[in-house]
Each structure stands twice: as structure tokens, then as C-alpha cells.
Ligand binder design. Structure first.
Ligand code: ADP
Ligand code: MG
Length: 141
């Protein structure tokens, strides 16, 4: 499905409703250039899961984790691979163990950097900048 949002709030609302469509968790791969709204989308997604901490882009760390409220062991894992220099770095993070986290939500900015390490079953979220604050967001699973 392709959606068009007119402002950051609409992008967050779209993400919030997507989060609620996956009660069992999953892997969500975000694609799109700087400023297209990937982090904004993840903020909305986190709100949809009841996470009250504000999600910021982990500039110098590749990964941040947030506990889901009242759901022991379940997490939102935010990966931002913008500063990934070589694929070895994600291997060192233990990317395979991260993906093998049933019940958790794994959201990956710059998911294209994973190449073949990106799991087949990931939901793909492609963001494009339009005029002004318009964003086109294509979601496929
Ligand atoms: P990315 O993580 O892709 O680099 P961010 O979410 O950090 O992008 O930044 C997106 C920027 O674009 C923010 O400053 C946000 O306020 C702005 N923006 C304007 N319109 C939208 C929209 N429709 N959806 C998402 N962000 C938008
Ligand atoms: Mg970002």
C-alpha cells in the first residue's frame, strides 16, 4: 500500500496503526534518504506500542533498545545503520541474535546497508520526500 502524509504527525499516526497490526512483533526495514521521515515513523511506531520514552536517532551507536510497558522480555529494538562502515560491525552486534527475538519489534533505518543479512520476512517501509512536508510511504510485507 502507498500512503501519503502531509506532516510528521500523520506519519506518526500511520506508524502507530502499523504497530498495532503486528501484535506478535516483527522486523521492519525502513528505506529512504536523510530527512525522509524514518526516525519520525519509528517515534510513532513506539507510541503505538505504549513506549513513552522519546525515540531519537542513536547517532553514534547503531542500536538502542526500549522495553515494552508491562510486557516482560518484549522490546523495541531500533537500529540506525547510517554510520555503518562495514558489515562486520553488525555481525559484531550479534545481528542474528537480534533478529531471533520473538515477540519484539525490530526497526531498521538504512536497512539496505544490511544487504543479504536483511531477513526475507521483514516488512518493507519505503519513504520518499515530496513537495514541502509531503511524504510518500510504501509499505509491503
Ligand atoms: P530520517 O530519519 O529519515 O533522516 P527524520 O524523521 O529524522 O528523517 O526527519 C524528518 C524531518 O522531516 C523532520 O524534521 C520532520 O519534522 C520533517 N517532516 C516534514 N514533513 C514530514 C512528514 N510528512 N513525515 C515525516 N517527517 C516530516
Ligand atoms: Mg533517522
Amino acid at each position: 500500500m502507498i500512503y501519503r502524509t502531509k506532516n510528521p504527525l500523520e506519519t506518526q499516526q500511520l506508524a502507530k496503526s502499523l504497530a498495532q497490526k503486528y501484535p506478535k512483533g516483527g522486523i521492519f526495514a525502513l528505506f529512504g534518504p536523510l530527512g525522509s521521515g524514518k526516525t519520525t515513523f519509528i517515534q510513532g511506531f513506539a507510541l503505538g506500542l505504549g513506549i513513552s520514552q522519546r525515540i531519537i536517532s542513536p547517532t553514534f551507536v547503531l542500536m538502542k533498545q526500549y522495553d515494552l510497558p508491562n510486557q516482560p522480555g518484549r522490546k523495541l529494538i531500533h537500529l540506525d545503520l547510517y554510520r555503518l562502515e562495514e558489515i562486520k560491525q553488525v555481525e559484531h552486534l550479534g545481528i542474528k541474535e537480534i533478529f531471533n527475538n520473538p515477540g519484539s519489534f525490530i526497526l531498521i533505518e538504512w536497512a539496505d546497508r544490511l544487504g543479504k543479512l536483511l531477513p526475507q520476512g521483514a516488512v518493507s517501509i519505503k519513504l520518499k520526500k515530496g513537495i514541502g512536508t509531503i511524504r510518500e510511504i510504501a509499505i509491503t510485507n
